[in-house]
Design a protein around this ligand. Structure first.
Ligand SMILES: [Ca+2]
Ligand SMILES: [Ca+2]
Length: 426
């Protein structure tokens, strides 16, 4: 491994390029290491990261947002032209945030819009450049849900759905319940639609670790991943909700589970992507030592109750984070997943790049990226962001313990396109 020590440069200035070559990627990627700004607060820079959306709902190029804690718990990172700049987002009137989830939203009247959860509260925040301070942004809390902070675990899982009339449907999990809010843009009135607890088919308590809202046939559906607290079995439940009325019909739930041979042990993340091209999203779930793919059937909201595809490992927890992006611009998506390792027992993190289509297999990623030297939590987060130089593919951004790694992956083995990357200045 090349020397990965780097010069820590201070916060706001544009830093000079810090290009690396990871031995395990040989010539196929260059990597820029992005260190925590000095005023970021606690040492967890990069563990919560997200792309941002523009007013058309597309990912912004060259930009991602980092959530943390302390005086300035949000930073916007810009990597235009191969140069990294870090921009604090100040939130006047909001103290002591500890960001645990970021949900990118489509902005209406601001440059950026996002939802976040922090210490039992949920905020919807618009963000614009600070006219009085170059390089800084100002966040404005458009809405907050702060009456639930005494409910144990509130905000542990979160998703926000933007309705066409500028209302937001906010769905958040606490330890034993799912809470559902309808909240208006700025001037409107919040409506708490109540909460409910999910149970398994055997009526065991179900605790939710991941929530995703999506629309099937114009009706919002919840996809909830979690664990039965009595049995420790994980499952995914899918059911419809109606915007004016909380209505869950348990008999109409779709319940997905792992296979008997490789059951997995928890739901860390769920991604939706239409693998079989029927316009119905397929469900890709990261479940501990396995990644499961449930494909839609019969062009409807119907899934096989056992996974169509599973990628499994006998010794790695490979589905902590998942992104599905086109890394090399060939028009075919790659699935990227991480196992950040466990700091306490010394297992080091890995990032896996899988090519589609998948087959049921013990993991055989096209590329495995090993932990950089001195990194303790490689793979703590994952984001894909297109760049303006290469808008047809996305760059891979991997979080560590207190550092981000921006991979410019220009091709897999056999490609020679690293030289074609205009940012590859060496
Ligand atoms: Ca599908
Ligand atoms: Ca590709």
């Amino acid at each position: 491994m090349k020397n990965l020590l780097f010069i820590l440069l201070s916060s706001l200035a544009v830093i000079s390029c810090d290009w690396r070559v990871f031995d395990d990627l040989k010539s196929e990627a260059t990597v820029q290491v992005i260190n925590a700004p000095e005023n970021f607060g606690d040492a967890n820079f990069g563990q919560i990261s997200s792309h941002l959306l523009d007013s058309s709902g597309n990912k912004y190029q060259n930009i991602l947002i980092i959530g943390g804690s302390g005086d300035i718990p949000l930073f916007i990172i810009n990597f235009s032209n191969g140069e990294i700049s870090k921009h604090p987002v100040k939130l006047p009137g909001v103290d002591g945030l500890e960001v645990s989830n970021i949900i990118p939203l489509v902005p209406y009247n601001s440059e950026f819009l996002l939802g976040l959860s922090s210490l039992g509260k949920i905020y919807i925040v618009s963000i614009d450049k600070n006219p009085d301070a170059e390089n800084e942004y100002t966040g404005t809390v458009e809405k907050s849900i702060d009456e639930m902070e005494n409910i144990s675990g509130f905000g542990r899982a979160l998703d926000i759905y933007q309705n066409s009339n500028r209302t937001y449907s906010v769905i958040a999990a606490s330890d034993n319940h799912i809470h559902y809010f309808e909240t208006m843009d700025s001037a409107g009135v919040d409506v708490s639609l109540g909460d409910f607890n999910l149970t398994s088919t055997e009526n065991n308590t179900f605790s939710s670790d991941f929530i995703k809202i999506t629309e099937f046939d114009d009706i919002p559906h919840l996809i909830v991943g979690g664990t039965e607290t009595d049995t420790n079995f994980w499952s995914i439940q899918i059911f419809s909700v109606y915007s004016s009325l909380l209505e869950v019909v348990p008999e109409e739930r779709i319940i997905l589970k792992g296979s008997e041979a490789y059951p997995g042990d928890e739901v860390s993340t769920i991604r939706l992507f239409d693998i079989n091209n029927d316009d119905i999203p397929d469900i890709i779930a990261g479940c501990g030592d396995s990644i499961f793919v449930f494909q839609s059937e019969n062009d409807s909201i119907s899934y096989s109750s056992v996974p169509d595809v599973e990628l499994y490992s006998t010794d790695r927890s490979l589905g902590k984070s998942i992104e599905i992006i086109d890394l090399d611009g060939d028009g075919t998506m790659e699935l990227i997943s991480t196992d950040p390792g466990i700091e306490t027992n010394g297992s080091s993190g890995e990032v896996y790049i899988f090519k589609m289509p998948f087959t049921i297999s013990k993991i055989s990623p096209a590329v495995t990226i090993g932990t950089p030297e001195n990194e303790k939590l490689f793979g703590s987060s994952l984001a894909g962001v297109p760049s303006s130089e290469m808008p047809d593919r996305e760059e891979l951004i991997v979080g560590g313990l207190n550092t981000l790694y921006l991979f410019y992956i220009t091709g897999f083995e056999g490609d020679s396109s690293t030289d074609d990357d205009p940012r590859n200045i060496e």
